[in-house]
Design a protein around this ligand. Structure first.
Ligand code: SAH
Length: 341
């Protein structure tokens, strides 16, 4: 049995031909999938024969709600159980411009960033395309809200699950799929350089690229993020410049401020120098303390001074609003909970 949400429209056309059906049926089925039907029987314009053939070969549902929490600020976090019993988390955040879905792309993560809760839980497996797309559909289904923006900032490293993430983006972007414009889709990465270059070359969709930078000094960044031992800051920046050149899109650098580690004014100057002349934006994040974490949040005063210093040096920087921290749904606080939950 295959998950029917794993396919882009053109793949579904091939599937249909392979089971002896007309290609155009794929469009009908695809459209139903994004009207959020849970069962083939709900696809009322298909013949009984086709529905039973679909049931023999495919299934639709691939996650169920194991738990949910609602924050004071309206953010809702869901713990979804996958068909194999593993759990992931997805978050719906409300902004003035619309609702953003923060989706996971792996069960656990291999990257081992010292400040991130997802690292502490190890790596189990990558999600399929269907499991990624279903998080958005299920968020809409559960909350009755429409999602207008997608951020790949949940559990996992999207560029370590490149193929499935890109396929999910194709489906999310498809006018017959979720119909969300590429400019409303953001991929956040810890900086896997060859994949950034591949994304620049292949990403005709031009979605937003966010880089988890967190320090402009290799020594400091390596102590926070093991990936920096493999791809140094200079290489990441080169790859970003290539991305900008190819896509004409502004890159976002995420920078979580840690007290006494990366938050001095000289750190701000160093960062400004590194990013000088780039089409970019710096998103400053007050770091969230995780269980057994060694890092402490910088004071608000320090964060604002850091921001002002960057702005003075011509680097656009803003402080990210913290949503959902009371329900452990803010950055780095997503943890895969045990299967019995
Ligand atoms: N693996 C991807 C996406 C997941 S993390 C990446 O590394 O970008 C999403 C964002 O949250 C990243 O910018 C990450 O660095 C940040 N983050 C992780 N842990 C955090 C914490 N404890 N406090 C604040 N931000 C955190």
């Amino acid at each position: 049995m295959k998950n029917i949400r794993d396919f882009t429209l053109s793949e579904l056309e091939e599937e249909l031909v392979n089971i002896g059906e007309k290609k155009y049926r794929a469009k009908q089925i695809f459209a139903w999938l994004f009207r959020n039907v849970q069962d083939f029987d709900e696809m009322t314009d298909l013949s009984k024969e086709l529905i039973s053939k679909l049931k023999e070969n495919y299934y639709i549902k691939n996650l169920e709600v194991a738990n949910s929490l609602k924050s004071k600020d309206g953010t809702v976090k869901f713990l979804f159980r996958l068909n194999d019993g593993n759990c992931i988390e997805s978050v719906l955040m409300k902004y003035k411009y619309g609702n953003a879905a923060c989706v996971s792309n792996q069960v656990g993560c291999k990257m081992g960033c010292k400040f991130c809760a997802s690292a502490g839980i190890g790596f189990v497996r990558s999600l399929t395309t269907g499991e990624i797309v279903s998080q958005i559909l299920e968020l809409e289904n559960q909350t009755g809200e429409k999602v207008s923006n997608i951020v790949f900032m949940g559990i996992g490293e999207p560029l370590d699950n490149y193929e499935n993430v890109l396929k999910a983006i194709t489906i999310i972007n498809d006018p017959k799929g979720l119909n969300i414009g590429a400019r409303h889709i953001s991929i956040s990465t810890c900086g896997i350089v060859p994949k950034i270059i591949q994304l620049a070359d292949e990403n005709k969709l031009q979605c937003n690229l966010c880089i988890s930078l967190h320090s402009s000094r290799n020594e400091v960044r390596s102590s926070m993020m093991p990936i920096n031992n493999k791809y140094k800051i200079e290489e990441v920046i080169e790859a970003c410049k290539y991305y900008i050149e190819k896509t004409n899109r502004r890159v976002t650098f995420e920078y979580a401020l840690v007290d006494g580690v990366n938050d001095s004014l000289s750190d701000a100057d160093h960062l400004a120098k590194l990013l000088h002349g780039m089409l970019c934006h710096v998103n400053l994040i007050p770091i969230n303390k995780i269980k057994d974490g060694i890092y402490e949040k910088s004071s608000t005063e320090k964060i604002l001074k850091f921001r002002d210093r960057l702005n003075d040096k011509g680097i656009v920087a803003t402080v990210r609003r913290e949503l959902g921290s009371d329900i452990s749904a803010a950055c780095g606080q997503l943890v895969r909970q045990s299967q019995k939950d």
